[in-house]
Design a protein around this ligand. Structure first.
Ligand SMILES: Cc1ncc(COP(=O)(O)O)c(C=O)c1O
Length: 355
């Protein structure tokens, strides 16, 4: 008996097909493919016909090249390992005018996508005029010294938010600037939309790809989407290792984590924060034999769950699954979908692929 992270490959695949349809996709596979396992995820994406991948890590980009020799790989963070980028044919963001000026002499032959900063202010050119300046300066260099501008892109910081108008503002700024650029220049790759933006607006006109993460991994990016729009393939399960009686007033767990208000039975479950269960998640419930029970204490390798007489040692305890979805807890405020998934500890959990 051990706590286990299971991914159902058929559901994972089915979900991708259902969500994407025939929209061209660049799959975001950063952070070990949102903790689903880079090799596993790439294999499935290739099986469903997705051949473009983006990550923030050069190490992951090289790993992708090894499993997907023909894929288009896009590094969303700037790197200065120019020889490696050329060797593995990795395309990269061009994050600012100052980066271009600093590395102009070394960037020759590197394939870059011009990045528009927009409201996220994490990376990118401040204006489209600055991008034009690069295109201009680059075109004045001898052909052999030029960088290869293949794409243009941005990332929205507010597509997942419905209570504020920032998404509309960043969208308008991007589309206006892009359309103006397209009157003068062509790009092979134009991409801006994350999961929420795609689910809200479908692929924007003139864009070649959507750049999706979380929705491919089975979570709804916002709560007004119906549950059946996105299928969860991941299950996080553990086991009841003991059932213990507490008398009214007894405390259990470290530092009086839980004090029984009446005589109570608790299950001791073999999973804890060392396995990646977030403290905020432990304020809620888990599923045992199809019924929800409240979690009362979180420890490094254990949970205490308040139970009734139906629960027995060795029963399976589900923290996340088809009927107890990750996105349910996102919408309850536990943390972003990706935060909950990426906390899961591959070193301590057993990992299974089924289906
Ligand atoms: C630059 C960039 N593009 C796309 C994505 C995918 O976003 P989502 O997982 O919301 O689809 C991310 C995720 O953080 C990102 O940083």
């Amino acid at each position: 008996m051990t706590a286990t992270l299971t991914v159902n490959k058929s559901i994972f695949k089915e979900n991708i097909k259902q969500v994407v349809g025939d929209t061209p996709v660049m799959a975001v596979v950063k952070n070990n493919a949102y903790n689903f396992g880079l090799d596993f995820a790439i294999e499935v994406f290739l099986e469903v016909g997705i051949e473009m991948f983006s990550t923030t890590s050069l190490r992951e980009a090289i790993k992708i090249r090894k499993v997907a020799p023909k894929a288009m790989i896009f590094l969303m963070n700037p790197g200065i390992e120019f020889e490696i980028l050329r060797k593995y044919d990795i395309q990269m963001t061009l994050p600012s005018l100052s980066f271009y000026h600093q590395y102009k002499d070394e960037l020759s032959g590197i394939k870059v996508h011009l990045e528009y900063e927009n409201l996220l202010h994490r990376s990118g050119f401040h204006t489209f005029e600055e991008m034009k300046q690069v295109i201009q300066e680059n075109s004045q260099l001898p052909k052999k010294q030029q960088l290869n501008i293949t794409g243009i892109w941005t990332h929205f910081g507010y597509a997942d938010e419905f209570d504020v108008s920032e998404y509309e503002i960043e969208k308008e700024a991007w589309l206006t600037g892009l359309n103006e650029m397209l009157t003068q220049y062509n790009f092979q790759y134009i991409h801006a939309q994350n999961s929420a933006s795609f689910m809200r607006d479908d692929l924007f006109e003139h864009h070649t790809h959507v750049r999706l993460g979380i929705v491919l991994y089975g979570c709804r990016p916002y709560s007004s989407l119906p549950e059946n729009a996105v299928k969860q393939s991941l299950t996080l399960s553990a086991n009841v290792i003991q059932c213990r009686e507490l008398k009214k007033g007894d405390s259990a767990g470290y530092s009086f984590a839980y004090t029984a208000k009446t005589d109570t039975t608790v299950a001791v479950v073999d999973i804890g924060y060392g396995d990646g269960v977030l403290r905020a998640r432990s304020q809620y419930d888990c599923l045992i034999n199809g019924k929800r029970y409240p979690i009362r204490a979180l420890m490094m390798s254990h949970l205490l769950v308040e139970i009734d007489e139906a629960v027995k040692p060795q029963d399976n305890v589900i923290l996340y699954g088809e009927d107890i979805r990750i996105d349910e807890y996102t919408f309850k405020g536990v943390g972003a979908n990706s935060e909950q998934i990426s906390a899961l500890n591959h070193c301590s959990l057993e990992r299974k692929i089924i289906g």
